[in-house]
Design a protein around this ligand. Structure first.
Ligand SMILES: *Cc1c(COP(=O)(O)O)cnc(C)c1O
Length: 361
């Protein structure tokens, strides 16, 4: 069965004790874990959305913030980095039932060992959401939480480069309920089905099996290493061009440009659209302690996985970084945007999405 093959490969790829590949996507995977381990109204700690967490990590507009009591941890104001001693102190006061480690827009490595220690001391479940960095974790390019955390969730469509979907990995034993009727793996499985979902999406499970198979090949590790090298090269170019990055750089696959020093506070959406017009896809994003609003935020987030898949390396990052800086400095100038667009199309000619196909003009 496709599902069994996907499970078997995921276990091998991540060294997980137990795997459930049925979650329809990353958000339902997280919902299933909360459903399995928390009661409505229980307290948990998650990463503040504006500084790098995900909506499902306790945002007030999301089920995770509405149905549970989320106390967010945040980055430090000056460094924009997580301070694990401070998070530990906060956890000892809050006494959450679960602590969620994971990122959507934090450009630095997460210290999963530190999170584990905090959970051990505070008596909390450790849930880790590696949606963005799963590929890096699977290949040792980033530390993996799988040997440590009670539960690890992920999407299968970000650095894992598979179909849109979700997955949950967990320990078999529930450390807080050793003699319970169900072990942790059984709790997770029954929270997914029948707790939350109906029938499995086997067409997606088949694609997950293919993606995990690809990730088990040696070339995938080179791909993940190149993603990080490319991100560093792109970050260097952007900073050379006078742009400010959240935390002053990147250790992973992503970076967030702060538009504040360019006088573009709250203009993330306009800059995103200008870059779109030049053939460069980015996301508007909040920056830590966002001075504007989530709908008109002051940052843009970009990552290197997709362009690395096309075969681009450090020298292309320099070209792209210069193009991005040019558009940001002239985001209302249609002529500049058109010129950059033709440069980008020229670059893409040598890096076909599907080798052999012409770039669509
Ligand atoms: C993308 C993401 C999700 C949600 O995934 P969907 O498949 O869009 O529901 C959850 N957690 C993190 C950390 C993410 O980056």
């Amino acid at each position: 069965m496709a599902e069994d093959l996907a499970i078997e490969r995921a276990k091998k790829l991540f060294g997980a004790e137990h795997v459930n590949v049925q979650p329809y996507s990353g958000s339902p995977a997280n919902q299933a874990v909360f459903f399995a381990l928390l009661n409505l109204g229980d307290t948990f700690m998650g990463f503040d959305l504006s500084a790098g967490g995900h909506l499902t990590h306790g945002s007030p507009v999301n089920f995770s913030g509405k149905q549970y009591n989320c106390v967010a941890y945040n980055v430090e104001k000056g460094s924009e980095l997580l301070d694990y001693d401070k998070i530990k102190k906060q956890a000892m006061t809050v006494k959450p039932k679960l602590i969620l480690s994971g990122l959507t827009a934090y450009p630095r490595k997460l210290d999963f060992k530190a999170f584990q220690e905090i959970c051990d001391e505070a008596g909390a479940y450790h849930m880790s959401d590696i949606a963005h960095i799963a590929g890096l974790c699977a290949t040792g390019v980033h530390e993996s939480p799988v040997p440590l955390a009670d539960v690890v969730t992920t999407t299968t469509h970000k650095t894992l480069r598979g179909p849109r979907g979700g997955m949950i990995m967990c320990k078999i034993e529930d450390k807080f309920d050793r003699n319970g009727k169900k072990n942790l793996a059984q709790k997770i499985d029954s929270a997914v089905f029948p707790g939350l979902q109906g029938g499995p999406h086997d067409h997606v499970n088949a694609a997950k099996a293919v993606a995990f198979g690809e990730a088990l090949k040696p070339g995938y590790r080179d791909y993940c290493k190149q993603i990080v090298k490319n991100a560093k090269a792109l970050a260097e170019t952007l900073m050379d061009k006078g742009l400010e990055l959240v935390t002053g750089g990147t250790d992973n696959h992503l970076m967030v440009i702060k538009l504040v020093n360019k006088g573009l506070t709250g203009k993330g959406k306009e800059v995103q659209n200008a870059l779109d017009g030049a053939g460069i896809t980015v996301n508007k994003n909040t920056i830590p302690y966002e001075p504007a609003t989530p709908f008109n935020p002051s940052g843009i987030r970009l990552g290197t996985p997709a362009i690395t898949t096309r075969g681009m390396k450090e020298s292309e990052m320099k070209v792209i970084g210069e193009c991005i800086a040019k558009v940001i400095d002239n985001y209302t100038d249609k002529r500049v945007i058109e010129r950059v667009k033709s440069d980008i199309l020229e670059l893409c000619k040598d890096f076909q999405l599907y080798p052999g196909m012409e770039v669509l003009r």
